[in-house]
Design a protein around this ligand. Structure first.
Ligand code: 5GP
Length: 180
């Protein structure tokens, strides 16, 4: 089971956790819904959004642009809710710079062979895209020091339990309690 399944399960069972929907110039895969999986926009609109400073972070990942709309994240944080961002290392570094109190979790596949198997069996990525994804995963591992936690996504239940434990612990931190 991949990151998508893990994300869905986590959102289902965690209160006050909302998913940030990214904008992307990538074409929608079969079954993907605009506004639910991504906001699918063209290059022109994406560039406009950059000009409008609409992104908390954005990056080119593989050959497409992806960005996190700023307003959604800020509004939810202001309301005392948490926001889940599923973004790459370039985006994570930008968010870390702007929001150092964020919690950064590196979700790692059990091994690259397993990741390759998952991508091939998903049947939605070209050979080039799969190779790029495997290379990116190796590259991201080099930046592991920037993250706060590492969760190996071997068994979905176990990975889910670990991420839930991280969220609970972070929410219990004195500095994160609004007591004043
Ligand atoms: P996919 O094309 O498979 O939906 O996403 C590929 C990768 O793009 C994801 O695994 C994630 O790391 C990255 N990604 C998705 N949305 C964003 C975003 O808003 N910002 C950044 N920096 N990366 C993103």
């Amino acid at each position: 089971m991949g990151k998508g399944t893990l994300k869905k399960a986590l959102l289902n069972q965690t209160r006050d956790l909302n998913l940030s929907i990214s904008a992307t110039t990538r074409a929608a895969r079969p079954g993907e819904v605009h506004g639910q999986h991504y906001f699918f926009v063209d290059q022109v609109r994406f560039r406009e959004m950059i000009e409008e400073d609409a992104f908390l972070e954005w990056a080119q990942v593989y050959s497409n642009l992806y960005g996190t709309p700023r307003e959604f994240v800020l509004n939810h944080l202001q309301q005392g809710r948490d926001v889940l961002l599923e973004i790459d290392i370039q985006g994570a570094l930008q968010v870390k710079e702007k929001m150092p109190s964020g919690v950064f979790i590196f979700i790692y596949p059990p091994n690259l062979k397993e990741l390759a198997f998952r991508l091939v069996s998903r049947g939605q990525d070209s050979k080039d895209s799969i190779e790029a994804r495997l290379a990116a995963c190796e590259n991201e591992l080099k930046h592991i020091d920037y993250y706060d936690y590492l969760v190996v996504n071997d068994k979905i239940d176990r990975a889910l339990q670990k991420i839930t434990a991280i969220i609970i612990a972070e929410r219990c931190k004195i500095k994160n309690l609004n007591m004043r």
